[in-house]
Design a protein around this ligand. Structure first.
Ligand code: HEM
Length: 291
């Protein structure tokens, strides 16, 4: 998908290097052997080398592939200028981390919460089966949903939003104070790095009643201004936020119309860094829904 590689021992290594990179992203930035940050930098260099080698090989024989690297190689700005090698590689690494891991985790949490919330799942299934039938599908056969169907799936949208709130996939964002800022009697001096702890916003009972319960109905009303920043905010707000919502919606449609599932370890411990996920990776058993 990213560079059209078949699964191999090398792709396993690439997976591990991306894992190291993620570990370092949310760790203290201490760059000496044994730290997560040091490991992340080493793995980043290995990823760069692999992607650069592939890029140069493609350029040498003018090979065009229908994958992310191929798309980035073709991109031009308004002046017709293409991306440099470094920009192609940086974009691949960023998109895997920002756009692939994040959505995968959102989908995992959606399925996790639904497994624990049969009433919500039943309501979600009802809406999605009705949508499927209206398009000529049967109770257990989902059809392709399109951009005209999605705005009609009001309950599904609430399930997606509640999943993303609860998941806190990006528990914090990084900022630098561009002026002295007074906050609750403290001064944050200009130039200081700041961690904005988004997770605490989304789990604050002042803003979300019973914040740790999975309750899509809370989205009957929009969140209070400034209290919902799952995709960050300002000019650097997540570039893929609508795509992420779309991906979770589509996969939930197909899963809830066609399948049922259960968590194998519903009480598994949750790890919060670098991304929140159950310690067992959310092991589940799926089976096709009987008609
Ligand atoms: C549920 C899934 C996702 C979550 C929770 C998420 C969250 C975030 C957050 C919190 C930021 C930082 C924003 C800030 O600093 O204010 C961000 C940045 C970004 N995200 Fe996402 N994201 C998701 C999916 C995606 C997808 C699917 C893509 C693209 C395919 C994507 C691309 C990006 C990019 C390119 C940035 C950097 C934007 C910039 O610095 O200008 N994200 N995301």
């Amino acid at each position: 998908m990213f560079i059209s590689m078949e699964p191999s021992p090398l792709t396993d290594k690439i997976d591990r290097w991306f894992g190291d990179l993620l570990d370092g992203l949310r760790a203290y930035p201490f760059d000496f052997p044994g730290t997560a940050s040091h490991g992340a930098r080493k793995s980043r260099r290995k990823l760069d080398a692999i992607f650069r080698e592939e890029l140069e090989a493609r350029k040498k024989v003018d090979r065009q592939c229908d994958d992310l690297m191929g798309g980035l190689m073709q991109m031009k700005d308004e002046q017709g200028k293409k991306l440099s090698n470094e920009e192609v590689v940086d974009n691949i690494v960023s998109l895997v981390i920002a756009g692939y891991e994040s959505t995968t985790i959102a989908i995992m949490w959606a399925v996790y919460h639904l497994a624990k919330s049969p009433v919500v799942l039943a309501k979600l299934r009802e809406e999605n089966i009705a949508m499927s039938k209206s398009k000529g599908g049967s109770t257990s056969t989902s059809l392709m949903i399109t951009h005209t169907d999605i705005p009609k799936m009001k309950y599904t949208a609430k399930v997606v939003e509640e999943t993303i709130r609860m998941a806190n996939i990006a528990p914090m964002v990084h900022r630098v104070a561009n002026r002295d800022v007074e906050y609750r009697g403290y001064t944050i001096p200009k130039g200081w790095a700041v961690l904005v702890w988004l997770r605490s916003l989304h789990t604050d009972p002042n803003y979300y009643e019973d914040p740790l319960s999975f309750n899509p109905n809370r989205w009957d009303e929009p969140a209070k201004a400034g209290t919902y920043q799952v995709f960050g905010g300002g000019p650097r707000v997540c570039a893929g936020n609508m795509l992420a919502r779309l991906q979770v919606t589509i996969i939930l449609h197909h899963l809830c119309v066609g399948y049922e599932w259960e968590l194998l370890n519903p009480d598994a411990e949750i790890n919060y860094l670098p991304h929140p996920r159950p310690a067992d990776g959310a092991a589940m058993a799926f089976c096709k829904l009987s008609t």
